[in-house]
Design a protein around this ligand. Structure first.
Ligand code: MRU
Length: 357
């Protein structure tokens, strides 16, 4: 894998980009200390990048997977049709096994498979070009969708609002602009003076490392807190709204998002604070009836035990590390989608999103 360090230049956040016939992704594991791109040439290496969190965040994982399929096709394009097909099937399987919770991964793979099926009679070279064009479209479409969601969400925030967010649902979690942070960007663009309170988001610290960094880059006022401070701030009237992203929404409106989101939703309900979820339609899984069926990724205990070689946890202690939790729909004030806001989401409201154009 090639590494490219970007020094002394404006850090434009292009989480994923196509450059010199390869995919480049910002290495999010080392932000904010360093800003580097890694280059990817195959589905297998992209799957590795998803698994080890070079790229993370549901929509960004989907875009990476789309490029993973295209890269595999380009790699195999000079093979026989049979070898091409079998290599592609392996590529799809490896990508599908990279992470389990964000449904955008499976959504993007299905979209790429449908495109492949539509041109299956063509030569591997032609198929590869068609798949690459589709990956470019998945990326461009993601940014358009985020801007549409941003506009709908911004209208919900009053001027001067102090808004809490959890994890990172920003440009870094998408192809650009962001879902929850896209709402903040759109609100600022609309002239609203908002300020952001970022939960640090233990154990991977997406809030402290990524959300705080993104907001500082944009000069949007941001205050970092540890996850256990949210209730205190809410009780003291210091939070006006919560906006988070999501990895998968079930057909009844239950929301899977970064571990700790459920806790924030319960607290918001207790304090009568609106709790909004920014959710592109690609994150809604109509095949899953309720949140109980959403697969929750269990990550390495090393993330909880300490950092790198330093362990603050007592040796020998049993550790759990579920990476996501499920917030029941009844705690969600509104789902902010590219088609508008679904207040008090339920099965009917969600079904309607897919009925209208
Ligand atoms: O483990 P991560 O960093 O991939 O988890 C990311 C989240 O939980 C985000 O909130 C979610 O994917 C929405 S991103 C727009």
């Amino acid at each position: 894998m090639e590494k490219q360090r970007i020094i002394n230049q404006q850090m434009k956040i292009e989480t994923l980009r196509w450059f010199n016939n390869r995919l480049e992704m910002i290495d999010q594991r080392i932000l904010p200390a360093a800003f580097e791109y890694l280059s990817y040439y195959t589905a297998h290496s992209v799957a590795e990048g998803i698994r080890n969190m070079v790229v993370r965040g549901a929509p960004a994982i989907g875009v990476a997977a789309a490029y993973g399929v295209a890269l595999e096709a380009l790699k195999l394009q000079d093979n026989s049709a049979a070898e091409f097909t079998s290599g592609m099937e392996t590529g799809f399987s490896v990508l599908a096994a990279s992470r389990p919770t964000a449904v955008n991964l499976f959504w993007a793979l299905q979209r790429m498979r449908t495109v492949w099926q539509g041109v299956a009679e063509q030569s591997p070279r032609q198929i590869a070009q068609r798949l690459l064009a589709e990956a470019h479209e998945v990326l461009a479409e993601d940014i358009r969708i985020n801007k549409a969601m941003g506009a709908h969400g911004a209208a919900l925030l009053k001027d001067g609002a102090r808004v809490l967010t959890h994890c990172n649902a920003g440009a870094l979690a998408t192809a650009g602009w962001g879902t929850a942070l896209g709402v903040f960007r759109s609100a600022v663009e609309a002239g609203k003076k908002i300020s952001v309170i970022a939960d640090e988001t233990r154990p991977f610290l997406q809030g402290a490392r990524l959300t705080a960094w993104e907001m500082v880059q944009e000069h949007i006022p941001v205050t970092l807190i540890t996850d256990n401070m949210a209730g205190h701030l809410m009780a003291h009237g210091e939070i006006d709204a919560v906006v988070v992203g999501t990895d998968r929404v079930a057909a009844n409106g239950d929301v899977a998002n970064k571990i700790g989101t459920y806790m924030v939703a319960v607290l918001a309900k207790r304090h009568n604070i609106p709790f909004y979820v920014a959710c592109p339609l690609s994150t809604i899984d109509m095949n899953i009836a309720t949140g109980k069926d959403i697969p929750i990724e269990e990550r390495s205990v090393e993330e909880v035990k300490g950092f790198r070689d330093y362990h603050w946890a007592a040796e020998g202690v049993k550790i759990r590390n579920p990476a996501f939790d499920v917030t029941p729909a009844e705690l969600v004030t509104g789902l902010i989608t590219e088609k508008g806001v679904v207040l008090n989401p339920d099965a009917q409201g969600i079904r309607k999103l897919f009925e209208t154009n």
